[in-house]
Design a protein around this ligand. Sequence first.
Ligand code: ACO
Length: 402
Amino acid sequence: AIDISNLRDQTGYVTLDKGYKNTGATQSAITFLDGEEGILRYRGYSIEDLADKASFLEVAYLLIYGDLPTQQQYAEFEDSIRRHTMVNEDMRKIFEGFPNNAHPMGVLSSLVSALSAFYPDSYDDKAPDQTQMHIIRLLAKLPTIATWSFKKSQGHPVNYPKNQLDYCSNFLHMMFALPVEDYQIDPVVSRALNKLLILHADHEQNCSTSTVRLVGSSRANIYSSISAGINALWGPLHGGANQEVIEMLEEIKANGGDVAKYVDMAKNAKTTGFRLFGFGHRVYKNFDPRARIIKKAADDVLSKLGVNDPVLEIAKGLEEAALHDEYFVSRKLYPNVDFYSGIIYRALGIPTNMFTVMFAIGRLPGWIAQFVEMRAQKEPIGRPRQIYTGPTLREFKAIGDR
Ligand code: ACO
């Protein structure tokens, strides 16, 4: 029997579900996931097929418009994105004001929010044609903005997009090309990036996506809603975990590689406050299908690039130890998507504090699709209830009498 006596507020009974562990906030036709069986599908297509055979922009189109594009639809979609990769030069002035060591996630969310000021027609929530343009702009400009903060942290000039390149290659060009030397895009790197972005592209009602839908439910514009999602993603329990994972693996390596010690610390998470980052998931309770694909990709990419990263061995050691430990087994804690992604990003030359930005670039089509669906379904403003636990009526005393 459940004691519901404490679920009463002034107006009646309220369902209390902290963290919304069992509360459906919407009906959605975008992403199917079965946490028990480890199944993930976008619009009915398996993540394994998409990660293996599709391009990131094909997947973006699928998520946003519901079907895989024909060749002509794809060409038009890609072309319109190419035409909007430039960012207003006045945005650069805002950007210049950030300190060199600003975290790129803070820069990204601020600049995405600032985009709304450059496209004030986004405030009109009754203009679907314009929303279409904002979708293209967001997809086109996010990589450009993302690379700015990396360039700044390096003290290098920013690179303008090269629109003859595909989406992933253009990103790599803006990140890594220097005016003083030739930069050749390695197809292994570009393909690995394509796969990682697809794996992150949507994940139904996770924290950042729910944030986008909730903010958008007030009819706030798409830039502000996506900016809020970027901020939600930044947290270490969500997308920020990929940065934490690499920092944790580095720390284990620096302290002599004693994996068992860290497993023990995590088993006492309640007292030590230490969690194994990259382990556990709210929904996947047997395995995270994305983690399986990424683990294999990490092996492939590292061997193709000839990179020998000692933290990969530590990561495998942790996974192995946790797989056999009663604490992790009984709580169904398995490596999640973020556990191996950082190792690949590192091999691709992407610095640690950019990992969550990479996640944001990948998740953007999902956020957009969920925003569009929420609006199309004319969902009401999101507004959870509460159980008030503060004092009842208190007598006010003027400040002179306190
Ligand atoms: N290390 C050690 N113990 C853990 C971990 C972990 N990584 N994750 C969960 N636990 C333990 C909890 O202490 C708790 O133990 P208890 O039953 O003794 O109280 C139990 O497992 C359940 O944990 P909750 O926090 O209640 O599970 P929840 O579903 O709320 O949290 C989450 C899921 C946030 C992902 C959690 O597993 C976590 O903090 N993992 C580490 C951070 C991480 O990798 N986040 C990325 C998630 S994937 C993504 O966002 C793309």
